[in-house]
Design a protein. Structure first.
Length: 224
């Protein structure tokens, strides 16, 4: 009886020691296999990004090398151009300037020359440099009379005296006058007649060419 009581617990203990322990449980929702579709796509993206960085670095090196090469070629071209250029290049002639016209206005029946100081300075400088200065006296008369002719002539003479007094060579000045006609504005209005009472000063940049015996200034209208 005592033997049976002793054997039974020993058998129970032996049975419990011979059976292996159960493995721990794993939460399947937290498992991410290495060969899952998301893991594969992530690895592909990493590889593409790495390759792109390598290509960008190589492109930068190529661009820097190309810029250096182009700069070297440009420097060589400049050196060659300087070596091939003539030592004394021919001087280019300036384009001839056109003739200029300056107009002096007069009060009614007046022959007094009134020119603003700044305009007078520019006129005198151009007149001194011109080989020919041609004056044309005008009035606002409607009919050709001796009085209108005398005023037109006196206005041209007054402008000539003004230029000569300022230092313009009198040999370069020619004067004509025309009492009636050639208006620049409506002679029927007071404003228009004020514009028609004038002396036109034409400044030549080159002396005109006289063909044959034709004179540039009519002898009957020229001032002495």
């Amino acid at each position: 009886m005592r033997f049976a009581i002793f054997v039974v617990p020993w058998l129970l203990l032996s049975a419990s020691c011979s059976s292996p322990p159960k493995p721990p449980t794993v939460d399947e929702s937290q498992r991410r296999p290495i060969n899952s579709q998301m893991a594969v796509e992530l690895q592909v993206c990493k590889n593409d990004l790495h390759n792109t960085r390598l290509l960008a670095a190589e492109s930068g090196r190529l661009a820097e090398s190309t810029a250096t090469t182009l700069a070297s070629l440009a420097a060589r071209q400049q050196i060659l151009a300087a070596m091939q250029a003539p030592a004394n290049p021919p001087a280019t002639s300036a384009q001839p300037q056109a003739n200029g016209i300056f107009t002096v206005r007069f009060e009614f029946a007046s022959t007094q020359v009134v020119i603003p100081a700044d305009a007078a300075a520019a006129l005198i400088a151009d007149a001194k440099a011109a080989p020919l200065v041609l004056l044309r006296g005008r009035t606002d008369g409607a009919t050709h009379t001796s009085a209108e002719s005398r005023i037109a002539r006196d206005r041209a003479a007054a402008v000539r005296d003004f230029l000569v007094a300022a230092g313009v060579d009198p040999a370069r000045i020619r004067a004509t006058w025309q009492p009636v006609g050639d208006p620049v504005a409506d002679n029927g209005s007071a404003a228009g007649r004020g514009l028609n009472r004038r002396v036109e000063i034409e400044l030549y940049r080159a002396p005109p060419v006289v063909l044959g015996s034709t004179s540039m200034v009519h002898p009957e209208s020229a001032l002495p």
